[in-house]
Design a protein around this ligand. Structure first.
Ligand SMILES: NC(=O)c1ccc[n+]([C@@H]2O[C@H](COP(=O)([O-])OP(=O)(O)OC[C@H]3O[C@@H](n4cnc5c(N)ncnc54)[C@H](O)[C@@H]3O)[C@@H](O)[C@H]2O)c1
Length: 492
């Protein structure tokens, strides 16, 4: 067993171990032992105090509450640590949490919804950042936030800001996320993570090395009934699954006069429908079945060849202005999919399907039964076991698995929906930051990471490539090309 060593650099009271390769935990009497294997360089820093809940195998970023540390044994320097900690019940009495403070960058539709959800979570929103001073002030006044600012650096310098919410158009995610992580903040970024796989994987790498945690806004994982769907899949209720099917249909772009930054490749990215709503569908399908998509073949279609110039038009606002422009991004797409283990999938995506406002649904077929969840009927899970009746399981805490039950807040029959799922996602991210996330909830509604977001942007590029070539494209081909480019850059 090597020499015992106390680590002097942590005498300020707090320590953070980050970019740990692997973390194991176990109990010794009333202590908890954490083994952190570290593989490259010196990676510990002084940071804030947090309780124990953050220790998870999958965590790449781990915060340790020093009040709980009894001893730290350091075996070979840079290799292996054993940290003995008090059990959480005793230590939790000593942990003090300050109210976390956030800023919102991008005060449009998503930004407003984040402010709303944060109010329900008792998070203080210190400022909103808009694209110019007048719009920022107007947004702050509309949303009841103290400061409306147009300069990101000034907003990042507002005292005691812990978390930055990135709700700007897709092409702006990279500069805003990069600045926020560099300032040591935690980041919650809207999807899709970036407009190119290269940028998305660079952001994911940046997040892994940053002091703050980083989460992606895939809110559809956080409905009580999608978590219940995942829970039943984990239990094996449907048997061996053979097909994942579904759609994500909207109609807000059916009128050719409708437009937004999303139709402009410079702001939304080369793909619109696959990137904007297809990534939500893929993320939910992967989360429910617990398998990643590996390959895609896609056909994309643009129904309206021209639309008004989007400048100065808010999302979902219809306009009949002059100055129409050619449209390159797709209004609709059909995709065939292959998930890990060879499971097949098929999904239809559209933003021009009349009467389908936000109609995302995922169905899974297995040899013991089928199940389906639909966003426009969010409190229901349709279940049909082989030889059994078709059942509609209604959201009711008493009928749900413990993790999914924690995501419902109203009594049965009192509808919950999109805003509640966003609040659940943000609540989970803040709980993770505080180190209070429940492992039961984490099992059925895991927090979306930048690594997930980067894979999904690679998926979007695979769909675009398939549409050009007519071939199946493996997501690994896109990620390998990005890895090669990153390696070449390091060596040049
Ligand atoms: N998770 C979801 O379900 C969901 C739903 C809607 C939107 N989104 C995502 O949220 C993001 C924003 O979409 P939206 O619908 O809110 O768009 P929006 O047009 O309604 O709002 C974007 C806002 O950002 C502002 N802005 C642009 N550049 C800026 C900058 N550099 N600094 C500060 N503000 C800037 C714009 O003026 C606008 O007010 C997108 O990435 C989108 O994909 C996610």
């Amino acid at each position: 067993m090597g020499t015992q060593a106390c680590v002097g650099a942590i005498s300020e009271g707090e320590v953070m171990v980050r970019a740990a390769a692997e973390i194991d935990r176990f109990r010794i009497g009333e202590h908890r032992a954490i083994v952190v294997r570290r593989h490259e360089g010196d990676r510990y820093l002084v940071a804030r105090a947090e309780p124990l809940g953050v220790f998870r195998r999958r965590s790449r970023h781990t915060v340790i509450d020093l009040h709980r540390i009894v001893h730290i044994f350091l075996w070979t320097p840079h290799e292996l640590w054993l940290i003995l900690m008090q059990s959480s019940d005793r230590a939790s009495q000593r942990v003090h949490h300050h109210q976390l403070r956030a800023i919102i960058v991008g005060a449009g539709f998503a930004g407003g919804q984040h402010v709303d959800a944060l109010r329900r979570l008792n998070v203080h929103v210190a400022a909103v950042v808009g694209s110019d001073p007048a719009r920022a002030r107007a947004a702050a006044s509309r949303l009841g936030v103290e400061h409306g600012m147009a300069d990101l650096d000034s907003a990042l310098a507002v005292p005691d800001v812990d978390v930055v919410h990135v709700t700007v158009p897709n092409a702006q995610h990279v500069p805003v996320v990069t600045a926020a992580l560099a300032a040591g903040k935690h980041v919650i970024c809207e999807k899709p993570l970036a407009t190119s796989a290269e940028d998305a994987f660079a952001l994911a790498r940046c997040a892994r090395q940053a002091a703050g945690m980083a989460f992606l806004c895939h809110n559809y994982r956080f409905y009580a009934m999608t978590a219940e769907f995942r829970s039943r899949m984990q239990r094996g209720d449907l048997g061996r699954i053979h097909l994942v099917r579904g759609a994500y249909l909207q109609d807000w772009l059916l009128d050719p006069r409708s437009t937004s930054w999303r139709v402009d490749p410079n702001e939304g990215g080369a793909s619109r429908t696959v990137a904007d709503i297809g990534t939500h569908w893929i993320d939910l399908a992967e989360t429910v079945i617990g398998r990643r998509v590996e390959a895609v073949t896609a056909r994309l279609g643009t129904v309206h060849a021209s639309r008004p110039d989007w400048a100065h038009v808010s999302t979902f606002e219809r306009t009949a202005k002059d100055g129409w422009v050619d449209i390159q991004t797709e209004d609709q797409a059909v995709l065939l999919l292959e998930f890990e283990g060879g499971t097949l999938g098929a999904v239809t995506l559209s933003q021009v399907a009349a009467g389908h406002h936000n109609d995302l649904w995922v169905g899974v077929d297995g040899d013991a039964g089928s199940a389906e969840w639909r966003q426009e009927r969010p409190d229901e899970l349709r279940l049909a076991l082989r030889d059994g009746p078709v059942e509609i399981i209604a959201r009711d805490r008493a009928a749900l698995s413990p993790g999914a039950g924690g995501l419902t807040h109203l009594p049965a029959g009192h509808g919950e929906g999109w805003g509640d799922a966003l609040r659940n996602l943000l609540g989970a991210a803040y709980a993770e930051i505080r180190g209070e996330r429940s492992s039961e909830e984490d099992a059925v509604a895991p927090l979306p990471t930048f690594d997930d977001g980067a894979r999904h942007v690679a998926f979007v590029e695979a769909a675009l490539r398939s549409n050009r070539t007519g071939e199946w494209v493996r997501i690994g081909e896109i990620t390998a090309a990005v890895d090669d480019a990153a390696r070449r850059e390091v060596h040049s």
